[in-house]
Structures are given as C-alpha cells and as structure tokens.
Design a protein around this ligand. Structure first.
Ligand SMILES: [Mg+2]
Length: 213
C-alpha cells in the first residue's frame, strides 16, 4: 500500500496550539475577537492567521524563548514512535499546518525529528509585524484550503492518506482521507458529518490504528 500519513501540528502533535501562545504573549486579547470571526466561518483560516500574526512584532529569538520556556508547550507522547513506524513501513510522513514554519521546525528539532516533511506558513520577522504566507503545492499563495491542497496532491500522486488532526480546519482533508484519526473539535466535526474516525489521545494511539491497516 502506498500510504501517506498527513498530520496537523498545533493541537495534534502538540497538546495546545503554539500560535495561540505566541498571540496571547505578544498581541494580548485583541486577536481573540478575530478568532471568533474565524471559528464562525466569517474569514478563512489563512486570512485570519495573516492578520493576527501581522500584530506580532517580536523577533524570532524572543518568540522561541517564550515557546521553549512555556509549560503550555507539550508534545503528545508517541511522536518518535509514529515517525519511526512510518519510515519502517515506507509510509510517507508529512506535516501540513496552518501554523508557522519556524516554530514547527524548532520543536521538531528539539524532539530529534529530522526526517519529516513540513508544509506550513512561511514567515518573515519584521519590526512592524510578522508576514505569514501560505504557499500551495503549485507555488502560489493561498488563503484557504491549504491542508486539503496537499491531501489532493498526495491522492493525485497515488497515495492513500491517513489523516490526523484536532481542529475545524482538519475536516476538509479528513473528508478526502482513507482513515481519520481525530481528537478535539475534529472529533465533533466527524460526528456531525457522520464521517468514520478513530479517536486518539496520544500518537501511540495513531500507530496502533495504522497497524490495523
Ligand atoms: Mg490543529
């Protein structure tokens, strides 16, 4: 079986959303009003992230110091096992995230994970605010549909996709996947849509599910 394991990052590989920590620390409460707009479906996730990250003026090191020293940053148990299991089985392991590339890379490195493919928002640090951009598989910037664009590409390239996620934006790739591992809001979304899913608390659960394929 040609299988790709596509995995969300914030709230899936980590227990909490790292971008929320950055925004709480460097923006304050203003961004949460925009979060409501996004959660109510009034603005797409890309547009939301672009807007709120533009309010963060801290440089890279300042942000990394906060991330590395926060007790809100926890990696779900089983990441190493999941990555190793995929490489042992010849499954492609790919992280597609609406979060920012710099902290995903830094946290994976801290965990000693060096062989994961990561597609997330590119980010530039500017004194007047960060610039986040979502570059799709075709090299063009997009403000919606980022995760499912990569799912569609995988399917087009002959992969079956196992998808793991936690949030509302994960329902779109989940609809295209052969098997869905869900926690949090995604789990509720799957139930609403009567989409089959396997619940997970940690990434060992995902490995256990993959072993049944
Ligand atoms: Mg998430």
């Amino acid at each position: 079986m040609k299988l790709a394991v596509q995995c969300d990052f914030d709230g899936t590989i980590t227990e909490e959303d790292i971008s929320f920590l950055i925004l709480d620390t460097f923006v304050g409460n203003r961004w949460r009003e925009m979060l409501t707009e996004y959660l109510e479906g009034r603005i797409p996730v890309g547009a939301f992230n672009k807007k709120v990250f533009a309010m963060v003026r801290a440089d890279k090191q300042t942000q990394l110091d906060v991330i590395f020293n926060s007790d809100r940053v926890k990696i779900r148990p089983g990441l190493r096992e999941l990555v190793d299991y995929c490489s042992q089985k010849g499954y492609r392991f790919i992280i597609v995230s609406n979060g920012l590339t710099f902290y995903i890379g830094a946290l994976l490195e801290r965990e000693g994970i060096r062989n994961a493919e990561v597609f997330a928002a590119t980010n530039e640090f500017r004194p007047e605010g960060m610039i986040a951009s979502y570059i799709g598989p075709d090299g063009r910037e997009m403000d919606a549909g980022f995760k499912e664009a990569y799912t569609k590409l995988l399917i087009k390239n002959g992969y079956e996709v196992a998808y793991a996620g936690n949030g509302v934006s994960d329902i779109y790739p989940s609809r295209l996947a052969k098997i869905v591992f869900a926690t949090g809001d995604l789990l509720r979304k799957c139930e609403e849509e009567k989409l089959a899913y396997t619940p997970f608390d940690n990434l060992h659960d995902v490995v256990r599910g993959l072993k049944t394929l």
